[in-house]
Ligand binder design. Structure first.
Ligand code: HEC
Length: 89
């Protein structure tokens, strides 16, 4: 994982994931409280430790209150976001 791709994952996360999941991934984004159940902790100390293929599938297809990203993000971008999740503490 190069510095460049980590930065990209971070930027993508900030745009597409942080509104709901929070900058930290811990489920404290500004609109998080509107969801039932509220978003889980997806940081590297929480759900972010799940197998990468599973996280990738979640981002691709969505789950319950979470929208799918298959048309907003390319497969490569989805992998970058997944890799970034693991770096969150
Ligand atoms: C519109 C709000 C919203 C956005 C945007 C969003 N999520 Fe979620 N996400 C949720 C909610 C709500 C859940 C909890 C769903 C559940 O388990 O019922 C969730 C759950 C998850 C989970 C755990 C999946 C599981 O099986 O419980 C992961 C991983 C995840 N999100 C990653 C991401 C990533 C990465 C992004 C950005 C590409 C993102 N989410 C964007 C709302 C959102």
């Amino acid at each position: 994982m190069t510095e460049f791709s980590l930065l990209t994952g971070k930027e993508l996360f900030g745009i597409y994931c942080a509104p709901c999941h929070g900058e930290s991934g811990k489920g404290d984004g500004p609109v998080a409280k509107k969801f039932v159940p509220t978003p889980v902790d997806i940081s590297g100390t929480g759900f972010g430790m799940a197998p990468e293929g599973m996280l990738f599938a979640t981002v691709t297809h969505g789950v319950n209150g979470m929208p799918p990203f298959r048309s907003d993000l390319t497969a490569k971008e989805r992998w970058l976001v997944v890799a970034y999740l693991r770096t969150l503490k």
